[in-house]
Design a protein around this ligand. Sequence first.
Ligand code: GTP
Ligand code: IMP
Ligand code: MG
Length: 363
Amino acid sequence: MVSVVVGGHFGDEGKGKIISYLALHDNPEVIARAGVGPNAGHTVYKNGKKYGLRMVPCGFVNDNARLLIGAGVLVDVQTLLKEIGETNTGNRIGLDKRCAIIEERHKEQDVGDKHLKSTVGSTGTGCGPANAERAHRTIKLAQDIPSLKGFLADVPEELNRAFLEGKKILVEGTQGFCLSLFYGTYPYVTSKDTTASMVAADVGIGPTKIKKVYVVFKAYMSRVGQGPFETELDDKRVKASMWKKILEAANAKGIKGRNPNETIAEYFGEKGTVTGRMRRIGDFDFKLARYSAMVNSATDLAVTCIDKLFPECGKVKKYDDLSQQARDYLKKIEDEVGVKITLISTGPDAEDIIDLRQQDSTI
Ligand code: GTP
Ligand code: IMP
Ligand code: MG
């Protein structure tokens, strides 16, 4: 059985956290990373240590799982080897021999190109130029790199075999729906589609094999980089809503940005995992979320960071222990998006979660 996890908004929804919970709780035998490449940074904790993973699957927190990186993913060789060392996963990780390789010149082009760096606000990790070169069909593949020899795999072969053997497979997406090259806020998007179908194609699994699609949303929204953000916080939005209390709490701690948005981003610790840039914050956009769930064919919604909006819900593990306000808020998301919320994250640790799935419908 195959389950896929994707981002529903602008990335950084906490996919890393949700994946680490699923990896530990549902115990999949195989975990494959899909998505664009090292422009993503998933935050996960293992034994109290924090990891900002850009290449290795977040599912590494499960010591028994086979870890794979699909052919659709761009590989930064240095970053990959460094992370394999840090996570001590060299004996169980494989990357598809057809993964395309990011070279130094792609990174130079990404930071040196005015359009990419200033207009699009890219992460500077070389992904855009590498995907452009991949489409131009002159890029190097993993099979051309001697230091990757020991890790090469045929990911579709392994995954489809595991599927036929009845094993559980978890596939990790990166970024989010609104950063999709096809469906996002073009041109302020990443260099590939980011929806569940692309994620499946990235690892070589066909659509008829996907059982579950978890779309992850933050309880509010954040965006790092340029581009439209309809519900971004301004003075008016803050004054008229629950943000007022949050702003006051930030000010009471002596946190004062140049505007409410910056103050709240700092109070929430909303800094880009890869770039360190401050994230822009906004209200949950219900209409956008509904559209995102539709294109992704969501079967389940996961909502993270509910504790940031409702601090009394921090680390809560039972739905009935959530405050009434938090429950009303979640109900509104569920009603407006039209898909069941089955995972509610109440803190950054894997076990800070309310799992509303039925026993027979885990991954
Ligand atoms: P991308 O693939 O880059 O889009 O990343 P991501 O979706 O994995 O998210 P990322 O790790 O970049 O950012 C999410 C941040 O929120 C991290 O710092 C997480 O530790 C944190 N986080 C996730 N879930 C929760 C939660 O429920 N509560 C709190 N307080 N923090 C959370
Ligand atoms: P690129 O993917 O580096 O070309 O960046 C294009 C746009 O996508 C920029 O606005 C980035 O900030 C954004 N972006 C890319 N990857 C991520 C991510 O993992 N989280 C959040 N934003 C991202
Ligand atoms: Mg991130």
